[in-house]
Write a protein that binds this ligand. Structure first.
Ligand SMILES: Nc1ncnc2c1ncn2[C@@H]1O[C@H](COP(=O)(O)OP(=O)(O)OP(=O)(O)O)[C@@H](O)[C@H]1O
Ligand SMILES: [Mg+2]
Length: 247
């Protein structure tokens, strides 16, 4: 296990409110790590600090050994963050295949502009095929994005995230609005991609969290009160008292 993302002693106050209270957290290779907690626990505040959209008061954020605590969101994305719900640039007239291809080309162009060197990975048909197979849209590859169902669009967004060759994917409420069979499909997809790209998952659907998360961290009042497997979290008395028991 390798630490892809490491949060060390992160603190953030809003006046008298402590939204991040000395948070220590890590996302390792091969895992789906869910972050759960009641409303106002500080989940969004933590994600914003991880993405660089909000500055921490103190503490450090490390991505694959690189201290990114003071980098811009754009630089963090270049270094390997992908966040699915930010991807709104699915092009309706383009097919599924073309959309994934474009994401890949766009990424390489940005690399060229910012770092004066093209990402060494050569774009191939096979690479796109591998991604489309993982997100279960290979058979639909010629379908224009305008004809996609809500669920297929979510799948494509994951595919676009994968085309950016990220070190990790942040998923914020990926199951919201999906039917039960689509949720099952997304669970399979997440399980297929986690070996390549670990997933930090924020999800209110506890059935989903308990069935796919390899580890769960529970945030309450800005503090992580427990981290562990589904069964460890389900049986943790602090968690039951602070969250699950009252949910
Ligand atoms: N910009 C802000 N200014 C002041 N207080 C804030 C700000 N953003 C968040 N807070 C407060 O910080 C605390 C954590 O909020 P946050 O939105 O991170 O919680 P959350 O876990 O994402 O909640 P939810 O499940 O409702 O999305 C809350 O008390 C919230 O009111
Ligand atoms: Mg939130």
């Amino acid at each position: 296990m390798n630490k892809i993302l490491q949060i060390i002693d992160l603190k953030k106050n809003f006046g008298a409110i402590t939204a991040s209270n000395n948070i220590n957290f890590c996302l390792e290779t091969g895992e789906i790590h869910a972050l759960i907690g009641p409303n106002g626990a500080g989940k969004s505040t933590l994600i914003k600090q991880i993405m660089g959209e909000m500055k921490q008061d103190s503490g450090e954020i490390i991505l694959s050994g690189i201290n990114i605590s003071n980098l811009t969101t754009e630089d963090r994305i270049h270094l390997g963050f992908a966040r699915s719900f930010q991807i709104t640039d699915v092009i309706s007239d383009f097919t599924i295949f073309q959309n994934v291809l474009l994401a890949k080309i766009g990424k390489e162009k940005k690399f060229y502009n910012f770092y004066s060197s093209i990402d060494s990975g050569e774009l191939t048909y096979e690479e796109i095929k591998t991604i489309l197979l993982k997100i279960d849209l290979w058979d639909e590859r010629e379908k224009p994005a305008s004809l996609l169902s809500h669920g297929e669009r979510r799948q494509l967004e994951i595919g676009i995230a994968l085309a950016l060759n990220p070190k990790l994917i942040l998923l914020d409420e990926p199951m919201a609005g999906l039917s039960l069979d689509k949720i099952e499909k997304m669970k399979l997809i997440f399980n297929q991609i986690k070996d390549d790209v670990p997933i930090l998952l924020i999800e209110h659907n506890m059935d989903v969290v308990f069935s796919i998360a390899d580890r769960i961290s529970v945030l309450v009042n800005g503090k992580i009160i427990a981290s562990g497997t589904s069964s460890e979290i389900k049986s943790n008395s602090d968690v039951k008292e602070a969250y699950l028991g009252t949910a």
